[in-house]
Design a protein around this ligand. Sequence first.
Ligand code: UDP
Ligand code: MG
Length: 310
Amino acid sequence: MISIVVPCYNEEESIMLFYKEMEKIRKKIFVDFEYIFINDGSKDKTLSILRDLAKKDNDQVRYISFSRNFGKESALYAGLKFSTGSYVTVMDVDLQDPPELLPEMLRLIREEEYDCIGTRRVSREGEPLLRSLFAKQFYRIINRISDTEIVDGARDYRLMTRQMVNAILEITEYNRFSKGIFSWIGFKTKYLEYKNIERIKGETTWSFWSLFKYSLDGIIAFSEAPLSFAALVGIFSFLLAIIMMFVVAIRTLLFDDPTSGWTSLVVIILGIGGLQLFCMGIIGKYLGKTYLETKKRPIYIVKETENDIK
Ligand code: UDP
Ligand code: MG
């Protein structure tokens, strides 16, 4: 049986379309499906559509409804936790993760001893230019400064074995960055490539700004390089200060020319002050994450599941 984990946030228009597409695939490949929809605190009719669907197809459809919006990462975690299939796949409900790839993914994972068949977008057509540009730079930077490989364009859409899912579930950190977690746990993964597909209905919830913040979170979660950078900046300006000390002393003693004016002083003070605040900001970011982590709050809170309507 394959568990299909589907996070949904304000997706009233997409759910039925998605379900119908998936049913077509199921009939082709003759395997049992277990749908696990996660209603991530939607404000539209998503929940009532899920209720209806679970009543209509109660053999296959299960759902988890959160008490509020916890974000896609939390929804993924909850879905994996509730899944019971020996294979598990994670899919967006907007059909941007093509269901047609599923038969091939299943064949590969069964026949070729992979633990995970992932998918990768090789084009970003239909995406704003600035967004693609930043995305590219993000992958370049994070792969340079982190030991964990983050594959460029890799989607969350993947078919995994139960062993791999269990490994993911053992990572209970609060600041979840799935792209990193999938890679950090290891396991043999093969990526299928496909061209970007635009959303069928509704709109993406990711603004440029939220993606930017998400990428910073990813860097903080999987690299300590910014901290080392702060330390390096400190050492560098200290060395510079020593050199300058000699320069100024020699100039005063030998040439009787103490540096005049406070212009240079002000520039130095402002410069150093700025650098200090910047480095403290970096440390603060990590400290903030540590603070959230030490609270050990649950990753999600369930308000209702399909068992409540039976
Ligand atoms: N999603 C979610 N919680 C959120 C935001 C998004 O569960 O807070 C779901 C959403 O319903 C969709 C998937 O995550 O199934 C991907 O979202 P979206 O299509 O907006 O992202 P994009 O494809 O643009 O990266
Ligand atoms: Mg999408």
